[in-house]
Design a protein around this ligand. Sequence first.
Ligand code: SAH
Ligand code: SF4
Length: 416
Amino acid sequence: MTTPATARAASADPLDAVVKAPQAVASADAVPSLLGLTREKLGGALRGIGIEERQIRMRVNQLWHWMYVRGAADFSVMTNVSKVLRAELAEHFVVGRPEMVAEQISVDGTRKWLFRFPARGAGRPVEVETVYIPEEGRGTLCVSSQVGCSLTCSFCHTGTQVMVRNLTAEEIVAQVVVARERLGDFPAAEKIDGILPSEGRLVTNIVMMGMGEPLYNFEAVRDAMLIMADGDGLSLSKRRITLSTSGVVPAIAEIGAQTGVMLAISLHAVRDDLRDVLVPINRKYKIAELLEACRSYPGLSNARRITFEYVMLKGVNDSAADARELVRLLRGIPAKINLIPFNPWPGSAYECSDWEQIEAFAEIVNRAGYASPIRTPRGRDILAACGQLKSASERLKVRERLALAAMIGGAGGDDD
Ligand code: SAH
Ligand code: SF4
């Protein structure tokens, strides 16, 4: 179902000040999309509609250029493709765009989008969130890899949500493409020649830190990241794409070898008994094993360090002894340590450490020679901070239903 943009515009809810009138940017029908396909798969799709073998390579290059360099949402603008072929492509395919259910802009400039993707197989349409965080000199897009998460980290709101399904490579790439589109981050046609693909970009960094465990959706995440990193694709440097994992040890070396992206590890505890509770995948892959996989991560060097994420939970993992043990554990691994103030959510069993405690912890880690920035929570007013990507969509769904009900007399959106 597409949502009438006017429904929300007509809502009298004062919160609409931050909720932009969403647009339905694509239909949710079953026409296959060309977005997110590897070159090989795209070639196969073109062969499937009878395009001659000797043309395949050129057509694949043209389509990639239009979809990823220019951000084309439609075949009709692809002017160096013949009209006949454009019509044929449009008959069989779309350049997929999800429906944008909502776009929220925080007072600090952080943006959050709620996207709805069509049902796959017997499933229902799904919704995921993508967050853009502008900072001095860079802009980071936080991308989701799954709808929900099959893991149950005890401090993470996404972890309380049932795992619905993996996102496809198309759906992962689409989050980046639509975010860039909404930000006006594709170059204007007259500027396309003569500028470097990354010049003046708003989205300079990607982190796979939205909803889900990316290494439990290995192939789709890999293919999507390869399109993000491809110089003829979305052209982001591999050093500016970071995959965050809770510690799926057997997949760590493989994702590094196949993509060369940066790695972040959600460590959060320095003892197995505590990590078993906070990050339950630890019951399967212990800290020592996880750190061993980190030590042999392909391409690791002082210039390409692993980021260790550490959420600061009051009285749980935030003592000076914990900080010292963290330093000891990471010895010999080129590492950065990212201290994340815990972002509470309704019903969560934890509190964020006191600020002095976080600073004392950071001080120990800094003195050991690690850069350890304390991550400032961004977009709190729109619930866009780490680990909050569940409550927000539920809230929006309620809002959406109310707005729709007001507009069209009670027919609401989909529930989970
Ligand atoms: N599943 C992956 C990536 C998504 S979570 C992973 O766990 O690494 C992105 C980061 O946010 C992880 O480090 C996660 O532990 C952290 N996080 C989750 N809930 C949080 C919360 N409530 N407050 C602060 N950080 C949180
Ligand atoms: Fe899943 Fe990551 Fe949340 Fe753990 S922290 S439940 S792995 S999204």
